[in-house]
Write a protein that binds this ligand. Structure first.
Ligand SMILES: [Fe+2]
Ligand SMILES: [Fe+2]
Length: 185
């Protein structure tokens, strides 16, 4: 499938709002890829498909991922959409690049040791143009950082927001932050 075909198919499957979000994330991901010297096609592919399962019902997500290894992500079931999206990308969009699949899988929560494309999509998903809760100053700061520091800054911003609303970070996100802080030393 070409990138044009993939994009058209994403448009067909997603709501207008989710499709616009996917394109905004893809544009941001391509910019980050060029800043970090990473492959822009990988970044675009992962970003345009990252939320391909975001609008699936809880039932559909649970049916797609019956294995017990997904149990830590079933509550709420929306946490499964990256894992489900990875399967859809592989089975229905013929994506077989493991870095792209990993980026779709981990875009919601992060994961310790995730690769560059996954870092790019994780960051792009937070600072894309359609995210009106993100200020210009924060966006500028993020794009001035190396990818691992950018991931950490996004996790810290999420943590601040979650603390205000009394929500804990998911253990995978905690582990990714701890992993990146250890690497700094
Ligand atoms: Fe998502
Ligand atoms: Fe997203």
């Amino acid at each position: 499938m070409t990138l044009t075909e993939m994009t058209a198919e994403a448009a067909r499957r997603l709501s207008r709002k989710r499709y616009a979000h996917s394109l905004a994330v893809a544009a941001q991901a391509v910019k980050l890829a060029s800043l970090y010297g990473e492959n822009p096609v990988r970044a675009y592919t992962a970003a345009v498909l990252h939320d391909i399962a975001r609008e699936f019902s809880a039932d559909r997500l649970n049916r797609l991922l019956p294995e017990s290894c997904f149990d830590p992500y079933r509550n709420p079931p929306v946490l499964l959409h990256g894992f489900a999206g990875e399967r859809i990308a592989a089975a229905e969009f013929s994506v077989n690049d493991l870095e792209v699949l990993e980026a779709i899988r981990y875009h919601t929560l992060g994961f310790p040791g995730m690769g560059k494309t996954a870092q790019i999509v994780f960051v792009a998903d937070y600072i894309s143009r359609d995210r009106n809760f993100v200020g210009e100053a924060f966006r500028r700061r993020i794009v001035s950082l190396p990818s691992e520091e950018a991931v950490l800054a996004v996790i810290e911003a999420t943590e601040d927001y979650f603390t205000k609303t009394g929500r804990p970070l998911h253990p995978d996100t905690e582990k990714e932050a701890a992993f990146l802080r250890r690497k700094r030393k």
